[in-house]
Design a protein around this ligand. Structure first.
Ligand code: TMP
Length: 216
């Protein structure tokens, strides 16, 4: 059986990832492609418990190192219990955030260092990574204003200062540049319909093999 495709959606606060994930999931389903939507941190009962520790409470609740380790503890559970089994069955996995968030938030935003997160990532995941990563990009001020009133107590990261969010935005853009075969940057300031269309085009382009007969 053919493996499913693993797609992650990344970006700063208020980029509209959850809406876009649902829209992509519906479109794939309508095209006859079985898929599941999941998220990080979270995606299993245990990882959701870890999520609660991470996204609630005071911004200074955890040291950056503890934060990174908790993210990877949750990720290990999620990858082994949900993501890999689904892909093996040929089901596509759409994930709201994945390892690039640890690189951007903990590695770059908190300054733990790209090398440290890369080493942790390699220990936990080996070479396992998404087939396609869509980076939803928008100015920090626009993203944070969109999140006002949206959260249900999950606002620990929104409480970080603007400089943190700016470092993280630049972090996502540099990750995308360094991994251009896997990552596509999508302008998230456009309307939700336009963003959905651009995401769809990116998915088609990535998953459709070029026709060897074309142009001959
Ligand atoms: P969400 O609000 O997009 O659901 O993500 C929850 C928060 O967790 C968000 O502020 C980003 C943060 N996060 C990290 O800092 N590192 C990670 O590895 C992941 C997956 C999320």
């Amino acid at each position: 059986m053919q493996q499913g495709i693993f797609i992650s959606l990344e970006g700063g606060e208020g980029a509209g990832k959850s809406t876009q994930l649902r829209s992509l999931s519906n479109r794939l389903r309508d095209a006859g492609i079985k898929n599941i939507c999941t998220r990080e941190p979270g995606g299993t009962a245990g990882a959701e418990e870890i999520r609660n520790l991470l996204v609630r409470g005071d911004a200074a609740r955890w040291t950056p190192k503890t934060e990174a380790l908790l993210m990877y503890a949750a990720r290990q559970e999620h990858v082994e219990e949900v993501i890999k089994p689904a892909l093996k069955k040929g089901v596509w996995v759409l994930c709201d955030r994945f390892a690039d968030s640890s690189m951007a938030y903990q590695g770059i935003g908190h300054g733990l260092g790209v090398d440290k997160i890369a080493a942790l990532n390699h220990w936990v995941l080996g070479d396992f990574r998404p087939d396609l990563t869509l980076v939803l990009d928008l100015p920090v001020s626009v993203g944070l204003s969109r999140t006002q009133g949206h959260s249900v107590g999950e606002n620990r990261f929104e409480g970080m200062d603007t400089a943190f969010h700016e470092r993280m935005r630049q972090g996502f853009l540099s990750i995308a540049k360094a991994n251009s075969e896997r990552c596509i940057v999508i302008d998230a300031t456009a309307s939700a319909d336009v963003v959905a269309e651009n995401i769809w085009k990116a998915v088609i382009a990535k998953t459709t093999k070029p026709d060897p007969e074309a142009g001959s």
